[in-house]
Write a protein that binds this ligand. Structure first.
Ligand code: SF4
Length: 187
């Protein structure tokens, strides 16, 4: 790597660390775990055509708020961050909240919401995007419905790529057919 490029990456990394430290310093919640794995099973329902759904993953940070609820924090280092409106319905955050409520981090835990903390944007401070607790929603089951719908879509014989606001910072952008670089995968 060219030296100037290496220095630029180093400067960017240092800025991200500064923003993370600043955010941590003002975060009133208690740290419970980092890089915490979870594995929950959503039982079969009529709405999911009798299909059970297994949700596995790992969260960047798990924290406890003043009300004793668990809050999942997802740290992002990409240049973009979803809008506040998109974060409220963000599928990844929704899946984390479902994992909390389904006992993925211990029995009887209640979700206090989930957050994206984006430290790689051009803003001077970390961009924090909040998804309110499921229990505060008029329909707390919305997140589980989203997870079940996603599982059904993944299990289908075809998978349709749809341009959306996450495309610019999607991890598989370069292999997606919509980018013009990826191609349909057939067997
Ligand atoms: S780039 Fe492709 S895979 Fe990624 S979010 Fe957009 S449509 Fe989905």
């Amino acid at each position: 790597m060219a030296r100037w490029l290496g220095q630029r990456e180093r400067d960017r990394a240092e800025k991200m660390v500064d923003k993370l430290l600043s955010w941590l310093g003002s975060n009133p919640r208690e740290q419970v775990a980092i890089e915490q794995e979870f594995d929950v099973r959503l039982g079969p329902t009529e709405a999911s055509a009798g299909r059970a759904v297994q949700v596995r993953g790992r969260v960047d940070r798990l924290e406890r708020d003043a009300k004793g609820r668990l809050v999942v924090v997802d740290l992002k280092t990409g240049a973009g961050a979803p809008s506040a409106e998109d974060a409220a319905a963000h599928p990844q955050l929704a899946a984390y909240q479902v994992a909390v409520e389904e006992g993925g981090f211990g029995p009887g835990e209640v979700s206090g919401g989930a957050e994206i903390v984006a430290v790689g944007t051009s803003h001077a401070a970390a961009a924090v995007r909040v998804q309110p607790p499921l229990g505060d929603s008029e329909d707390p089951a919305w997140a589980e419905g989203l997870v079940r719908d996603a599982a059904a879509a993944m299990a289908a014989s075809t998978f349709r790529a749809v341009v959306n606001d996450s495309c610019p910072y999607c991890a598989v952008n370069t292999s997606c057919p919509l980018s013009g670089k990826g191609r349909q995968v057939t067997r």
